[in-house]
Design a protein around this ligand. Structure first.
Ligand code: PDD
Length: 283
């Protein structure tokens, strides 16, 4: 079955889906994006992701090319025509096509593309059982990473460095030695029954998975502190995790050369995954 993508109002064969060479996303990374998880044909936390998309657009003074209510229709349609059971929808908006000029173009219409990807539940489960390894890398990103922009060169380099060290994620370290977040995920450690994650600021993305996990934990009365942690805390951690729209809750078993706990996934991994799955809204 051929894959279908959405490009500026048209549903196209994925292999024939193109944007113009003077799209501002291509020339300036002048755009924003969202990733929606799909579980059992349903969109995970749709409202959270769409509201964050509109916040990102507003922060960059960019227009949405379609009404807010139309996004749901196209996302659901892509899931259906691509026969996705589990996987993701990638959605990107740029400031549109215009002759290269740093200033905002006057009459350009924002470009919107959406891509569907199936990922079997087994792939996730297999990784969950083993846990993942993390490499720490200096955080080289700009100062507004709370906006979900397509300016991803620093995370690309960080993830590649992690990959070169046989790790699946990079944890980004700020100038004071604290973890900000993962290259494409939120970072967490559990130390003496307290769960730590970095407090919200312009230096991290307000993860939608983070929000749902926190909701789920409240119900389970787990102690959470939104406090920065560093390599010393990681050495003392009993468990560690990442969360994101594509990884949900994923245990971390090693950070650089530090084994977390006994180097195997801990008992809270399944507890947190369950708490998260109970808190998410599927639509
Ligand atoms: N990344 N922090 C960063 C830097 C991210 O890129 C992401 C998500 C998150 C987690 O956010 P959420 O829980 O809303 O997915 C945190 C997506 C999945 C990506 O770029 O592919």
């Amino acid at each position: 079955m051929s894959k279908i993508s959405y490009v500026n109002g048209n549903y196209c064969e994925h292999k024939d889906s193109f944007v113009h060479i003077e799209d501002r996303g291509y020339q300036f990374a002048d755009g924003v994006y969202e990733v929606f998880g799909v579980i059992n044909k349903k969109i995970v936390d749709y409202d959270g992701h769409i509201n964050r998309l509109f916040r990102s657009l507003k922060e960059l003074r960019m227009n949405s090319p379609i009404n807010k209510s139309s996004y749901y229709f196209h996302i659901k349609r892509l899931v259906k025509i691509n026969r996705i059971d589990d996987g993701l929808i990638y959605l990107q908006i740029t400031r549109g096509v215009a002759e290269r000029d740093f200033k905002f173009p006057k009459n350009a219409r924002s470009s919107l593309v959406m891509i569907a990807k199936g990922i079997s539940q087994d792939t996730y489960d297999d990784t969950f059982k083993k846990g993942i390894k993390v490499k720490t890398v200096k955080d080289l990103r700009w100062k507004r990473v709370d906006i979900k922009t397509i300016n991803l060169l620093a995370p690309v380099l960080a993830k590649q460095e992690a990959t070169d060290h046989y790790c699946q994620e990079a944890w980004l370290i700020d100038d004071d030695g604290f973890v900000t977040e993962g290259s494409s995920s939120t970072a967490w450690i559990l130390k003496k029954n307290v769960l730590y994650t970095t407090p919200l600021s312009n230096s991290i993305l307000n993860g939608i998975t983070r929000q749902s996990l926190i909701k789920g934990l409240n119900k389970n009365k787990v102690r959470l502190t939104e406090k920065k942690f560093n390599i010393i805390d990681i050495k003392e951690a009993d468990e560690a995790f990442i969360t994101s729209a594509t990884q949900y809750v994923m245990p971390v078993v090693k950070v650089d050369h530090i084994k977390i706990g006994n180097g195997k996934i801990g008992k809270y991994a399944s507890i947190f995954r369950k708490a998260y799955m109970e808190a998410v809204k599927l639509s």
